[in-house]
Design a protein around this ligand. Sequence first.
Ligand code: 3HC
Ligand code: NAI
Length: 685
Amino acid sequence: MNNLASLMIESGVAVITIDNPPVNALGAALRRALFDRLEEAFAAADARAIVLICAGRTFIAGADISELGKPAALPTFFDLFDLIEDGPKPVIAAIHGTALGGGFEFALICHYRVAAQSARVGLPEVNLGVLPGAGGTQRVPRLAGVEAALDIMTSGRHVHAPEALHLGLVDAVVPDQTLRAAAVEFAQQVIRDGALRPRVRDKKGALENIQPALFAEFRKANAQRFRGLKAPDAIITLVESTVSLPFDEGMKREQASFEALVGGRQSAALRYNFFAERETARVPDITADIRPIDIRTVGIIGAGTMGSGIAMAFLNAGLPVTLVETSAAALDRGMSAIRRTYDASAKKGRMTPDQVEQRMRLVNPTIDLDAVGDRDLVIEAVFENIDVKKDVFTRLDGVVRPEAILASNTSFLDLDAIAEATRHPERVIGLHFFSPAHVMRLLEVVRGTQTAKPIVATAMALARKIAKVPVLSRTCPGFIANRLLAPRGTQAEALVLEGTPVALIDRVLFDYGFAMGHFQMMDLVGLDVVGRDADQRTVMGDLVAAGRLGQKQNGGYYDYDGARQATPSVLAEKIIADVARAGGVPHEPTLDEAALIGRLLYPVVNEGAKILEEGIALRASDIDVAAVLGYNWPVYTGGPMFWADSIGLDQVVAGLRQLEARHGNAFRPAELLVRLAARGERFQP
Ligand code: 3HC
Ligand code: NAI
């Protein structure tokens, strides 16, 4: 018998157990097995109802994502669904873990749903650039109403079992450990009540009295969140159709929309990204026999912007943190920043006041460096100055246990030089968080020349524990993300000196999909913060000298009104013209938008190619993950490397060559890029 789905009959109920690790994805082989078991269960004389339950950590987590966009193998989702919905016996889904996407749609085709207390359901297809394509858009509104359906499907969020019960998405919630027995009992009750087989498609109550304006309002309220994305709009259109169209017509439209989205570029990019994020943890020479060290306690040196954020990342995961500063005043500032952030979260209902206090109790603030002596891991987040960092590491070396891991959050400095300041350079590693560190999901793990393999393994495993995606980098100035994106800033600054309007550069970046343009970002961060290390005359330096620090003081590249609305600044334009004149930069603005994108982003792709050929990154997809999670590169382009693949590497090389002819060597295409383009290959293997 096929072990993907097995059948047992107990007390008049057929129990079909699905077992397709790791997440019971509903791929072709499982569909076949399920189809066969269901037919057997329908034929079994001693069973009058069927329970569908999963082995392992979760209920069906969806369609097999790697099969999306390929011709559907038989039996299709719909063959299977028709068999259940119109079958002769009631079918009960018993849900634990997460019932997601096609997995939840599968549960919705069943006649009843019983969920474990800790279970979650959801339709996260939007994150893959598609919509629920197995009836979700038509069935969820019929159960939970259109407002809940819009929220659930356009956010892709997981709905906890008690809320799902409240919304009518499940029929019963039971204690976790009793799920199987409770589902069988539920089935027996269904049999006693006449073995009815209610179909979600026939339910209408939740679709009555809908305000037609609701859909336009929802679109408007979420316009910014959905900007650039195709799937949310298609979802809203389909949910709207449930109000007026018969079920079967709605299903036809859902199929057509799904097909269109799954064949498009956005979905290809987002599916790529799903697997890319999971691939980063695979490091070829860190084999399974190299065991990560269990990190239970953490010390953090420096409670500034990064130190306090990093502390919260660990507190959120329940790890105790010793936070060290040089003075009580600095420590107070750091602790107040943590408390303020948590209080704000509690105010928004994201945490309870109890949780705030629990987390605050996990911090041990101190000005005594010796206090980190017993910690498993100590992370340094002091000023970005090599001498200060070396001093901290030398002192730490004398304080911590010899087996403790020492990490630096440096953005640009030489990790090997920092490691040399200790007696155990093999236990030193870079853990480069992004600001705000408790929010941004990227963690660059920087492997120094001497870093030992178990330390690398530990850092990669730890990242997951604190809900970060680790990307492994070798040492080089800026590591992957900062080095990758630096050319975009350099080109933006060069373009303004040539006379290209600040607002035009920002607009093309915004239209490409970035949340904001380069100069808006600089103004937001603060020009004094970004430009403080410049060693030559720059526009930013002159703006700061003129008292323009960005949004926080007198405007920067832009002027700002009371509502922080940016308008072009005559003063900034004059400063730009002065700096250009002093530097002898010819006035030759670039006004063509496609040319601007090439100028700003091809150098990023080129830098990515260099990062790859130098072995700084393990793979092109790691670079994309770093760009998306570290710099909010629009995820629906896949990242710079995937984007370059999708427009063609020959086009990127041709663009760079043109720029090289006009502006010089900085644009010379990397050898790897030229080689791949010449062979008609891509970065993605
Ligand atoms: N298809 C194929 N592989 C999947 C998968 C899926 N639906 N879901 C997870 N996997 C794989 C992952 O790639 C990973 O593989 P790896 O170990 O080889 O890297 C493995 O399963 C474990 O996944 P995670 O590391 O993500 O495990 P977690 O425990 O952290 O999370 C999860 C589990 C919450 C289920 C998470 O994996 C998840 O969100 N999965 C995607 C769910 C989803 O998007 N479902 C919708 C699919 S599209 C669909 O159903 C279309 C339909 O409408 C027709
Ligand atoms: P910050 O200036 O906000 O904080 C540094 C803190 O370290 C200060 O509070 C200071 O009092 C403290 N400090 C200095 N010497 C110390 C010592 N010997 N012992 C204990 N504490 C000491 O700086 P920020 O922005 O937090 O940066 C810290 C590090 O993180 C730097 O290496 C920086 O490059 C890096 N980084 C910064 C990012 C950012 O966006 N701000 C992003 C990623 C990394």
